[in-house]
Design a protein around this ligand. Structure first.
Ligand code: GDD
Ligand code: MG
Length: 346
């Protein structure tokens, strides 16, 4: 059976002022009425063979539990990290937990902050991947790149159709390399979603990252368990190296495979990305909340109070209780700068 593993540990600040450390984007209803965490579960509910394993930061435990309750799913485990150690350990914990339940399930690893517009296409790709994963492959889902983004992993697939062996996996290349990869037409972006058997991932860690595996084993063995949460042992988990699955495993394994995914995937890494995936009116405006847009084009507005805008093109307006952001759609990456400045100034 397929067990979804939902990773909910990020603290995205690229969607400031909405997304904050205390309130990262996976807990926000950015597209439609569901939060991104809820949409992540709903997207796989019909292909999941069991309740999900959710791995989250302990600071967010009530928000995570409540949001899952709202969409009527009781996770088989809601595992709390005392500190973030990135995705390689988070997934290790989920795999150990799945195996402890006596079941070497296929784990479908899902970031909780992505949009996938075409659910049917996504399900078809997972079904294809399942065959390879059962045969012992570590399967990732490849997206045809549209730009030389440096924040993604790049995958060179062996020639062929359907599920293919990975010739090369390069996490977050520099700009020049990303440009070379994209113009070669030979590379996919790594979507950040994976499918493999729990035992297979752990075996790979045993060879490639024994320190991560040992720390995660200890953290789960000594975890405090109550009805709602599994709280990892803080000292043991903190001893794990901090690394992502991409660097720690996918770049190094000889058994990676990739399934092309053409399903309207977007990791919503900026306000302009969010504009792209949102429903728009006839003038290309995406409005979330109470918005009057007069003679506006290709703009984005998000807020609780009434937002009224006139004569704007390619502008983003985001209103929250304590901050308002207004910016050009081409400059939304600079939100990083703003957040940095706010942190410096206190
Ligand atoms: N539980 C837990 N603990 N989850 C975590 C942690 C952690 O310490 N760190 C990150 N996550 C979750 C995030 O919430 C997110 O849902 C997912 O894991 C991926 O983490 P990111 O920090 O967003 O990774 P990235 O965007 O830099 O890169 C990954 O995603 C790209 C596509 O969006 C990589 O897999 C890239 O190769 C990929 O292209
Ligand atoms: Mg990301």
């Amino acid at each position: 059976p397929i067990v979804p593993v939902i990773l909910s540990g990020g603290s995205g600040t690229r969607l400031w002022p909405l997304s904050r450390e205390a309130y990262p984007k996976q807990f926000l209803p950015l597209v439609g009425d569901d939060t991104m965490l809820q949409a992540t579960w709903k997207r796989v509910a019909s292909i999941a063979g069991a309740a999900p394993i959710v791995v989250a930061n302990q600071e967010h435990r009530f928000m995570a539990a409540e949001q899952l309750r709202e969409c009527k799913v009781l996770p088989q485990a809601l595992i709390l990290e005392p500190v973030g150690r990135n995705t390689a350990p988070a997934i290790a914990i989920a795999a150990l937990q799945a195996l402890a339940g006596g079941n070497d399930a296929l784990l479908l690893v899902l970031p909780s902050d992505h949009v996938v517009r075409n659910e049917a296409a996504f399900h078809a790709a997972v079904k294809q991947a399942a065959v390879a994963a059962e045969a012992g492959k570590l399967v990732t889902f490849g997206i045809v790149p549209t730009a030389a983004e440096t924040g993604y992993g790049y995958i060179k697939a062996a020639s062929g159709e359907g599920v293919r062996a990975v010739d090369r996996f390069v996490e977050k290349p520099d700009q020049a390399t990303a440009e070379k990869y994209v113009s070669s037409g030979e590379y996919y972006w790594n979507s950040g979603m994976f499918l493999f058997k729990a035992s297979r991932y752990l075996k790979e860690l045993e060879t490639l990252q024994p320190a991560i595996l040992a720390a995660c084993r200890a953290a789960l063995d000594k975890a405090a368990r109550d009805n709602d949460f599994i709280r990892l042992d803080a000292e043991a988990f903190a001893a794990s190296p901090n690394d992502s699955i991409d660097y720690a495993v996918m770049e190094k394994t000889a058994d990676a495979a990739v399934v092309p995914l053409d399903a309207g995937w977007n990791d919503v890494g900026s306000w302009s990305a969010l504009w792209e995936v949102s429903d728009k009116d006839a003038d290309g405006n995406a409005c979330h909340g109470d918005v009057i847009a007069l003679d506006c084009k290709d703009s984005y507005a998000y807020g609780n109070r009434l937002i009224a805008m006139v004569g704007l093109q390619d502008v983003v307006v985001v209103e929250t209780d304590d901050a308002v952001f207004v910016g050009h759609k081409d400059r939304v990456q600079d939100v990083k700068e703003i957040v940095g400045q706010i942190k410096r100034d206190g």
